[in-house]
Design a protein around this ligand. Sequence first.
Ligand SMILES: N[C@@H](CCC(=O)N[C@@H](CS)C(=O)NCC(=O)O)C(=O)O
Length: 191
Amino acid sequence: MITLYDADRCPYCARVRIVLAEKGLEYETVVIDLDDRPAWIYEKNPTGRVPVLEEDTFVLAESAVIDEYLDERYPDPPLLPSDPAERGLARVLIFRFDDLSKPYYALRRGEEGARERFDAQLPRLDALLESQPFLTGREFGLADVAYLPWILRARDRLDVELELFPTLADWVARLSERPSIAAEIAVVAAQ
Ligand SMILES: N[C@@H](CCC(=O)N[C@@H](CS)C(=O)NCC(=O)O)C(=O)O
Protein backbone atom coordinates (compact mmCIF):
# COMPACT_ATOMS: atom_id res chain seq x y z
CA MET A 1 0.00 0.00 0.00
CA ILE A 2 1.28 3.49 -0.91
CA THR A 3 0.79 6.40 1.50
CA LEU A 4 1.50 10.02 0.57
CA TYR A 5 2.13 12.56 3.35
CA ASP A 6 0.69 15.49 1.53
CA ALA A 7 -0.42 19.12 1.64
CA ASP A 8 -2.74 20.61 -0.99
CA ARG A 9 -0.94 23.93 -1.12
CA CYS A 10 2.48 22.33 -1.62
CA PRO A 11 3.69 22.29 -5.26
CA TYR A 12 6.34 19.69 -4.40
CA CYS A 13 3.50 17.40 -3.27
CA ALA A 14 1.72 18.22 -6.54
CA ARG A 15 4.68 16.71 -8.41
CA VAL A 16 4.05 13.39 -6.67
CA ARG A 17 0.24 13.54 -6.95
CA ILE A 18 0.59 14.04 -10.71
CA VAL A 19 2.90 11.04 -11.14
CA LEU A 20 0.67 8.81 -8.99
CA ALA A 21 -2.29 9.84 -11.17
CA GLU A 22 -0.38 9.34 -14.44
CA LYS A 23 0.57 5.83 -13.31
CA GLY A 24 -2.98 5.09 -12.18
CA LEU A 25 -1.76 4.09 -8.72
CA GLU A 26 -4.09 3.87 -5.75
CA TYR A 27 -2.81 5.48 -2.58
CA GLU A 28 -3.80 6.78 0.78
CA THR A 29 -3.29 10.43 1.68
CA VAL A 30 -2.26 11.70 5.10
CA VAL A 31 -2.72 15.48 5.12
CA ILE A 32 -0.01 17.37 7.01
CA ASP A 33 -0.87 20.80 8.40
CA LEU A 34 2.20 22.81 7.37
CA ASP A 35 1.45 25.47 10.00
CA ASP A 36 1.33 22.89 12.79
CA ARG A 37 3.33 19.86 11.69
CA PRO A 38 3.12 16.72 13.82
CA ALA A 39 6.39 15.84 15.56
CA TRP A 40 6.33 12.33 14.05
CA ILE A 41 6.82 13.67 10.50
CA TYR A 42 10.50 14.24 11.45
CA GLU A 43 10.84 10.48 11.95
CA LYS A 44 9.81 9.99 8.32
CA ASN A 45 11.80 12.94 6.96
CA PRO A 46 14.44 14.65 9.12
CA THR A 47 13.72 17.99 7.37
CA GLY A 48 10.06 17.76 8.46
CA ARG A 49 8.97 18.55 4.91
CA VAL A 50 6.38 17.03 2.63
CA PRO A 51 5.99 15.17 0.35
CA VAL A 52 6.96 11.87 1.92
CA LEU A 53 6.03 8.60 0.25
CA GLU A 54 5.65 5.39 2.18
CA GLU A 55 5.28 2.01 0.58
CA ASP A 56 4.81 -0.71 3.19
CA THR A 57 7.89 -0.13 5.40
CA PHE A 58 9.88 1.86 2.83
CA VAL A 59 9.94 5.65 3.34
CA LEU A 60 11.20 8.17 0.78
CA ALA A 61 11.43 11.98 0.77
CA GLU A 62 12.29 14.59 -1.90
CA SER A 63 9.74 15.06 -4.66
CA ALA A 64 12.14 14.64 -7.61
CA VAL A 65 13.57 11.44 -6.09
CA ILE A 66 10.10 10.09 -5.27
CA ASP A 67 8.98 10.72 -8.87
CA GLU A 68 11.98 8.85 -10.28
CA TYR A 69 11.38 6.02 -7.80
CA LEU A 70 7.75 5.73 -8.89
CA ASP A 71 8.78 5.79 -12.55
CA GLU A 72 11.28 2.98 -12.02
CA ARG A 73 9.05 0.87 -9.79
CA TYR A 74 5.94 1.36 -11.93
CA PRO A 75 7.39 1.76 -15.45
CA ASP A 76 4.08 1.90 -17.30
CA PRO A 77 3.62 4.51 -18.73
CA PRO A 78 7.26 5.64 -18.75
CA LEU A 79 7.83 9.26 -17.72
CA LEU A 80 11.49 9.58 -18.74
CA PRO A 81 12.69 9.19 -22.35
CA SER A 82 14.24 5.87 -23.37
CA ASP A 83 16.98 7.69 -25.32
CA PRO A 84 19.89 8.29 -22.87
CA ALA A 85 20.73 11.74 -24.27
CA GLU A 86 17.12 12.94 -24.09
CA ARG A 87 16.86 11.45 -20.63
CA GLY A 88 20.02 13.26 -19.50
CA LEU A 89 18.72 16.62 -20.72
CA ALA A 90 15.39 16.12 -18.90
CA ARG A 91 17.31 15.34 -15.70
CA VAL A 92 19.45 18.49 -16.05
CA LEU A 93 16.27 20.55 -16.25
CA ILE A 94 14.93 18.94 -13.06
CA PHE A 95 18.32 19.36 -11.36
CA ARG A 96 18.34 23.09 -12.18
CA PHE A 97 14.78 23.70 -11.05
CA ASP A 98 15.94 26.20 -8.42
CA ASP A 99 16.59 28.67 -11.25
CA LEU A 100 12.79 28.98 -11.34
CA SER A 101 11.87 28.29 -7.73
CA LYS A 102 14.17 30.90 -6.17
CA PRO A 103 12.56 33.86 -8.01
CA TYR A 104 9.11 32.21 -7.51
CA TYR A 105 9.44 32.16 -3.71
CA ALA A 106 10.97 35.67 -3.76
CA LEU A 107 7.86 36.80 -5.67
CA ARG A 108 5.62 35.11 -3.10
CA ARG A 109 7.47 36.90 -0.33
CA GLY A 110 6.90 40.18 -2.21
CA GLU A 111 10.60 40.93 -2.58
CA GLU A 112 11.55 43.90 -4.71
CA GLY A 113 12.51 42.97 -8.28
CA ALA A 114 11.24 39.40 -7.85
CA ARG A 115 8.56 39.69 -10.56
CA GLU A 116 11.19 40.72 -13.10
CA ARG A 117 13.48 37.90 -11.96
CA PHE A 118 10.67 35.36 -12.26
CA ASP A 119 9.50 36.71 -15.64
CA ALA A 120 13.11 36.50 -16.89
CA GLN A 121 12.96 32.70 -16.51
CA LEU A 122 9.94 32.32 -18.78
CA PRO A 123 11.57 33.12 -22.17
CA ARG A 124 14.08 30.34 -21.47
CA LEU A 125 11.29 27.78 -21.02
CA ASP A 126 9.36 29.26 -23.96
CA ALA A 127 12.41 28.90 -26.24
CA LEU A 128 13.01 25.32 -25.12
CA LEU A 129 9.39 24.45 -25.87
CA GLU A 130 9.80 25.92 -29.36
CA SER A 131 12.43 23.28 -30.03
CA GLN A 132 10.62 20.32 -28.44
CA PRO A 133 6.96 19.74 -27.52
CA PHE A 134 7.56 18.95 -23.84
CA LEU A 135 10.18 19.95 -21.27
CA THR A 136 10.99 16.23 -20.99
CA GLY A 137 11.59 15.98 -24.74
CA ARG A 138 9.39 14.39 -27.39
CA GLU A 139 6.90 13.09 -24.83
CA PHE A 140 5.33 14.35 -21.60
CA GLY A 141 7.27 13.31 -18.51
CA LEU A 142 9.04 14.11 -15.28
CA ALA A 143 10.58 17.45 -16.32
CA ASP A 144 7.09 18.73 -17.22
CA VAL A 145 5.80 17.46 -13.87
CA ALA A 146 8.73 19.12 -12.08
CA TYR A 147 7.94 22.63 -13.41
CA LEU A 148 4.20 22.81 -14.02
CA PRO A 149 2.94 23.13 -10.40
CA TRP A 150 4.83 26.43 -9.99
CA ILE A 151 3.82 27.75 -13.41
CA LEU A 152 0.15 27.08 -12.58
CA ARG A 153 0.44 28.82 -9.19
CA ALA A 154 2.31 31.76 -10.75
CA ARG A 155 -0.49 32.15 -13.29
CA ASP A 156 -3.47 31.58 -11.01
CA ARG A 157 -2.25 33.08 -7.73
CA LEU A 158 0.54 35.53 -8.55
CA ASP A 159 -0.92 37.10 -11.74
CA VAL A 160 1.99 36.12 -13.96
CA GLU A 161 0.89 36.69 -17.58
CA LEU A 162 1.73 33.54 -19.48
CA GLU A 163 0.10 34.89 -22.68
CA LEU A 164 3.28 36.92 -23.22
CA PHE A 165 5.00 33.57 -23.86
CA PRO A 166 2.79 31.81 -26.44
CA THR A 167 4.69 28.53 -26.64
CA LEU A 168 4.77 28.21 -22.87
CA ALA A 169 1.05 29.12 -22.69
CA ASP A 170 0.32 26.47 -25.32
CA TRP A 171 2.30 23.87 -23.29
CA VAL A 172 0.17 24.72 -20.22
CA ALA A 173 -3.01 24.43 -22.31
CA ARG A 174 -1.97 21.04 -23.72
CA LEU A 175 -0.98 19.70 -20.32
CA SER A 176 -4.22 20.97 -18.76
CA GLU A 177 -6.12 18.44 -20.88
CA ARG A 178 -4.52 15.59 -18.95
CA PRO A 179 -6.74 14.44 -16.05
CA SER A 180 -3.71 14.43 -13.69
CA ILE A 181 -3.10 18.14 -14.39
CA ALA A 182 -6.79 19.14 -14.49
CA ALA A 183 -7.05 17.74 -10.95
CA GLU A 184 -4.15 19.96 -9.84
CA ILE A 185 -5.71 23.06 -11.44
CA ALA A 186 -8.80 22.32 -9.31
CA VAL A 187 -6.60 22.01 -6.19
CA VAL A 188 -5.03 25.43 -6.89
CA ALA A 189 -8.47 26.99 -7.52
CA ALA A 190 -9.77 25.66 -4.20
CA GLN A 191 -6.96 27.28 -2.15
N1 LIG B 1 13.16 19.57 -1.64
C1 LIG B 1 11.87 19.17 -1.09
C2 LIG B 1 11.09 20.44 -0.75
C3 LIG B 1 9.77 20.14 -0.08
C4 LIG B 1 9.19 21.39 0.60
O1 LIG B 1 9.83 22.45 0.67
N2 LIG B 1 7.95 21.24 1.09
C5 LIG B 1 7.36 22.33 1.82
C6 LIG B 1 5.89 22.51 1.51
S1 LIG B 1 5.67 23.05 -0.17
C7 LIG B 1 7.43 22.05 3.31
O2 LIG B 1 7.22 20.93 3.74
N3 LIG B 1 7.69 23.10 4.04
C8 LIG B 1 7.78 23.04 5.47
C9 LIG B 1 9.09 23.59 5.94
O3 LIG B 1 9.87 24.10 5.14
O4 LIG B 1 9.34 23.51 7.11
C10 LIG B 1 11.13 18.31 -2.11
O5 LIG B 1 11.40 18.45 -3.33
O6 LIG B 1 10.32 17.46 -1.72
